[in-house]
Design a protein around this ligand. Structure first.
Ligand code: SAH
Length: 251
């Protein structure tokens, strides 16, 4: 098993592959005034095993294209959709988020929770914007500093992990400079990290290590996650995921 396959294996059976909750998804959706329309075209980019895809499908009329680079996540998502009777509303697409086969102005809504960091917030916004109709919406969750300054330990950790980590005003500026008008912004609460992401993850550590015979790589993954969790608990006043909702302007 390659390192990346091992990492996927660690995450694939989780409800979510990042911080979030049904309530967060619904809150973001509440700011989007096209949701009453029938036959919306929605893209959910970096969908993982599809926690937010299910919530979207249960609360929107239309068709969702759920995109991820890794087929094992998409297989899980399809199973979930089947179990919830949502299969007709969701199509999966195994593609990279940086080279999507979408048409110009094809979508009413582009959704992406905890995934845009894979190509960087700014690059993602610039790239995906073309697929969105004028007046269409983008809803993105992205790791964000909650304060302008912070202790060095947490600053160093996340700047190394994701050099584009910034404050909400910086992210909103990027949206504005790229033809979007901000509609809403909020931070995810700690429960979306702890109850929905880190606690379930901690419960998987022992089985994961056992399954992979305590291999060095498996131990490294667990060690890395444990350190991230430790830092989160110590410094959660300084960072969260921000949810950014914005509308595409004409031109
Ligand atoms: N939205 C889900 C998953 C977030 S984790 C949730 O919140 O639970 C980030 C996801 O992005 C993973 O499923 C990962 O497989 C996917 N991903 C990583 N690089 C990608 C790429 N280049 N293109 C598409 N998806 C990618």
């Amino acid at each position: 098993m390659t390192d990346i396959e091992l990492l996927i294996d660690f995450h694939v059976d989780a409800e979510r592959q990042g911080p979030g909750s049904d309530a967060d998804t619904l809150k973001a959706l509440s700011f989007i005034d096209i949701v009453q329309s029938k036959s919306l075209k929605i893209a959910d980019i970096g969908c993982g095993s599809g926690a937010q895809t299910m919530t979207l499908a249960q609360n929107l009329e239309g068709k969702i294209t759920a995109v991820d680079l890794f087929p094992v996540f998409l297989a899980k998502l399809e199973k979930r959709a089947m179990n919830l009777g949502l299969k007709d509303k969701i199509t999966t697409l195994e593609k990279s988020m940086e080279s999507l086969p979408f048409g110009r102005e094809e979508y009413d809504l582009i959704w992406s929770e905890g995934a845009i960091y894979n190509i960087g917030f700014e690059s993602g916004i610039k790239n995906w914007k073309h697929y969105l109709k004028t007046g269409g919406f983008i809803a993105i969750s992205e790791i964000t500093w909650t304060t302008v300054t912070r202790p060095e330990e947490i600053d160093k950790h996340w700047t190394k992990e994701y050099p584009e980590i910034g404050t909400a005003s910086g992210k909103i500026k990027i949206l504005e400079e790229n033809g979007f008008s901000p509609v809403a912004f909020f931070f995810l609460p700690p429960s979306s990290w702890i109850d929905n992401y880190y606690s379930p993850m901690e419960n998987r550590f022992a089985d994961f290590l056992q399954k992979h015979g305590n291999s060095d790589m498996a131990k490294m993954i667990v060690k890395g996650e444990k350190e991230e969790i430790r830092l989160y608990h110590k410094y959660k006043d300084y960072l969260s995921y921000g949810f950014y909702i914005a509308k595409k302007l004409p031109g």
